[in-house]
Ligand binder design. Structure first.
Ligand SMILES: [Zn+2]
Length: 368
């Protein structure tokens, strides 16, 4: 911890002459160090910091930049807390400060990332926001080990805002970040993922195994939260790029089972078309890995494919009967897929070929 403490001490002495930077730093210190609490119906803004220098800096800037008085409390070690902590609290005009710092938006809703003026502000403010976040909840590994800087974030929105403030949305999209096991994604987060082109790596068989009103999700999280999980249709509709997986061995390797699970989601409102689910399990994974030309059968594409034995005919299926039946006329250009209706056997793999080399051939002759 010596290195982290030394860097925090140094950062707490950095002078920011510009008010835009001081504002960005205060917003980040408050957002990452604690945030808003409702006490007796009133908004209390507070941040808990592990150095007195950072706490004094925050108290000073809250006074000088925003004209708000604050209390500085020293919390002695005890219980789970092994070191002294410093709490800066604004109780009297907490709501006013929360609005001034952008921690409450124009409608009075708490901002879960960082205020927009920080995320899309100038570079000086991105630096200031990182300084605030690091002072609030950052750490460095000691010299001699592989070096890393870590900032513990209050939620995924705050983490994305911090990264987005530095690199900007275009670079975020180009980097193709992805969130593994993107199961709990609400509407606001869905918009963020779509805006930044962040892939949602999802495991549809999780829903098949644990979804539904009597499933494990409902049992452990309650039915209301359980119903919001794995919102595949909402993600797809918002334009969030999807990549499917099995999380094997958590659920068995079974691509058709995954496509079926997405097309027959336990929550009918979150069902995807089998075609969209198929794309998420083929092209989607390659795209998440940065390859746009793979995952499709096309002239000139690498000969990476699987051959399947089907129990029946190829069909075009729309599991949601609110959607008009799609044409199965070949001229419609919609390729068929195996019938994946619940209860039907899934296709059996006859051969897997990777870049022209057979790697799986249960009938013998692999490698030919
Ligand atoms: Zn600035």
């Amino acid at each position: 911890m010596a290195m982290t403490a030394a860097v925090k001490d140094e950062l707490a002495r950095v002078r920011s002459p510009r008010s835009c930077c001081r504002k960005a730093e205060v917003s980040a210190l408050l957002r990452f160090g604690g945030g808003l609490h409702i006490v007796g119906g009133r908004v209390v803004v507070e941040a808990e910091l592990d150095t007195s220098a950072a706490a004094r800096r925050l108290k000073r800037d809250v006074a000088e930049v925003y004209g708000q008085a604050s209390d500085l409390l020293v919390v002695s070690p005890g219980g789970l807390r092994k070191t002294t902590h410093y709490v800066v609290r604004v109780a009297r005009d907490g709501e006013a400060l929360a609005r001034q710092t952008g921690l409450l938006d124009g409608q009075g809703r708490p901002v879960r990332g960082l205020p927009p003026q920080v995320v899309s502000g100038p570079a000086c403010d991105a630096i200031a926001a990182w300084r605030g976040a690091f002072l609030a909840h950052g750490s460095l590994t000691e010299p001699g080990r592989s070096s890393s800087l870590e900032i513990t974030c209050p939620g995924p929105e705050a983490a994305l805002a911090l990264v987005g403030a530095v690199v900007g949305p275009a670079a975020m999209r180009a980097a193709r970040h992805r969130i593994e096991h993107a199961e709990m994604v609400d509407a606001a987060m869905t918009r963020t993922l779509a805006d930044l082109g962040i892939f949602a790596s999802v495991q549809p068989v999780f829903d098949a195994l644990w979804g539904g009103p009597d499933g494990m999700y409902a049992e452990r999280l309650g039915p209301a939260r359980a119903r919001t999980l794995n919102p595949f249709a909402a993600l797809a509709a918002a334009g969030v790029p999807l990549a499917f997986g099995s999380d094997s061995p958590v659920t068995p390797l079974g691509p058709w089972e995954a496509v079926r699970a997405a097309a027959w989601h336990s929550n009918p409102g979150q069902r995807m078309s089998a075609r969209a689910a198929f794309a998420a399990h083929t092209r989607g994974g390659w795209r998440a890995a940065g390859r746009d030309d793979a995952g499709v059968l096309a002239p000139g594409a690498p000969a990476t494919y699987a051959v399947w034995s089907l129990p029946g005919e190829l069909v075009v299926q729309a599991p949601d009967d609110r959607i008009a039946a799609w044409s199965t006329d070949p001229r419609s250009g919609i390729p068929g897929l195996p019938d994946l209706s619940p209860g039907t056997p899934v296709p059996r793999c006859l051969r897997t070929v990777v870049r022209g080399v057979t790697v799986f051939d249960p009938a013998g002759g692999a490698g030919r």
